[in-house]
Design a binder for this molecule. Structure first.
Ligand SMILES: CC(C)(COP(=O)(O)OP(=O)(O)OC[C@H]1O[C@@H](n2cnc3c(N)ncnc32)[C@H](O)[C@@H]1OP(=O)(O)O)[C@@H](O)C(=O)NCCC(=O)NCCS
Length: 220
């Protein structure tokens, strides 16, 4: 992730954010019928719309963003088809993709997605990509916390996996920072430009997430 095989078809205000972002309770919804809007201090996760295609195309197809992930669609039309596909998969109950927006703007600057690894979403894999102008700003951490709350509390996932190419310093650093545990190394498991690369396998269990939240309540 991001982008399934079948698809191959600085923000300053955030840097100043030293207060831990409160993650508002997710209002329980049937996410298969439509995704809830998840909001924190600066970040909102919401359903993708066809009109997000131009900004996602501009921000997520750069070399630095796409270097270590499956190839993104190569045109705005391709992103529109990707977005339509994400909505169909969400309705089918096997996949969810949120757009990332910040502050009062509604522009999609990235995506967070999960796909089920076992029937009923007991185990899932997540992936994420954010425009490089927003790297190191706190967008990832805020968005990831919203996503994890949704994944564990709403979808009911008990084991969440992520795979990151070993050379992807930011991807691995981000997963470690959010509390994921590296379980192992998937040797030569990702092919990019004819090269087979090793990936780190990172996991977060529902009990890890509950412990992180209990700790956060005790600390604050
Ligand atoms: C992955 C991604 C969403 C993370 O967002 P981000 O804003 O870059 O992440 P953050 O800056 O919050 O966290 C990255 C951490 O990795 C650290 N890091 C950066 N380069 C590193 C390296 N070479 N080795 C180890 N850690 C590194 C950073 O210092 C940071 O930790 P810190 O905040 O404690 O200093 C973003 O980089 C991205 O979209 N990358 C392209 C797509 C991608 O690779 N997706 C992930 C697939 S698993």
């Amino acid at each position: 992730m991001p982008y399934r095989q079948e698809l191959v078809a600085r923000h300053p205000s955030l840097q100043a954010s030293v207060v831990p972002a409160p993650v508002k309770p997710v209002v329980s919804t049937d996410w298969r019928k439509g995704l809830p809007v998840l909001t924190s201090h600066h970040v909102t996760l919401r359903e993708l719309r066809a009109s997000d295609a131009p900004s996602l195309f501009a921000l997520l197809t750069t070399e630095e963003v796409s270097r270590f992930i499956s190839p993104p669609p190569t045109t705005v039309d391709g992103f529109e088809r990707f977005i339509a596909w994400t909505l169909r998969q969400r309705q089918a109950g096997s996949y969810v993709c949120f757009a990332v927006t910040i502050d009062s703007t509604d522009t999609a600057i990235g995506i967070f997605q999960i796909r089920e690894l076992e029937s009923g979403f007991g185990a899932a894999e997540w992936g994420f990509a954010i425009g490089s102008a927003y790297w190191g700003t706190g967008v990832f951490s805020e968005g990831a916390k919203l996503m994890l709350k949704f994944v564990f509390d709403e979808v009911g996932v008990h084991r969440l996996e992520a795979r990151a190419v070993v050379q992807n310093g930011r991807g691995n650093g981000a997963l470690k920072k959010i509390g994921a545990i590296q379980e192992g190394l998937l040797r030569k498991s990702f092919e990019k430009n004819g090269e087979r690369l090793d990936q780190a396998l990172w996991t977060i269990l529902a009990e890890d997430w509950n412990a992180m939240n209990t700790q956060a309540v005790i600390l604050h």
